[in-house]
Design a protein around this ligand. Structure first.
Ligand SMILES: [Zn+2]
Length: 159
């Protein structure tokens, strides 16, 4: 008697939401604990409970937690941004990466220019800025490349 009531006392978030009895072999139970009702509500709203259950049955048990986390993330993003979903967040971050790469590139070019000016100041003035085509002045051609092809000289490799 005690064993029969132990699991029926706290149905998982999915079964509670769907108003059904949570069985011991419930596919949702390990991933949708009753403490996180919103997680299942989001996933159900975007993907549908039967699709989620189908998907969980198709993936290996050790991959199910990752799959649920991914679904929950995508569902939440889609609810916040119905047009772009998580793609919106990705493009914001990509723009940020491109901006920061350009910033890093410019700063490294400044550093190289500054170092060369200091080294060549006494003997050959002017050579510093002209001779450093390999490192410093390549920043002008970087604009034509795709963001992932950016070459930015890192100071910790130069010294
Ligand atoms: Zn359940």
């Amino acid at each position: 008697m005690a064993s029969s009531s132990s699991y029926s006392n706290s149905p998982c978030a999915a079964c509670k939401f769907l108003r059904r009895k949570c069985m011991p072999d419930c596919i949702f139970a390990p991933y949708f604990p009753p403490e996180e009702p919103q997680k299942f509500a989001n996933v159900h709203k975007i993907f549908g409970a039967s699709n989620v259950s189908k998907l969980l049955n198709e993936v290996q048990p050790h991959q199910r937690e990752d799959a649920v986390n991914s679904l929950a993330y995508e569902a939440e993003a889609r609810i916040k941004d119905p047009v772009y979903g998580c793609v919106g967040a990705i493009s914001v971050l990509q723009r940020q990466v491109i901006r920061l790469q350009k910033e890093l590139d410019a700063t490294n070019a400044d550093l190289i220019r500054y170092t060369c000016n200091n080294n060549n100041n006494d003997d050959l003035p002017g050579q510093g800025s002209a001779n450093q085509g390999g490192g410093g002045s390549s920043s002008t051609s970087l604009g034509q490349q795709s963001p992932s092809d950016y070459y930015y000289p890192s100071p910790w490799n130069n010294y």
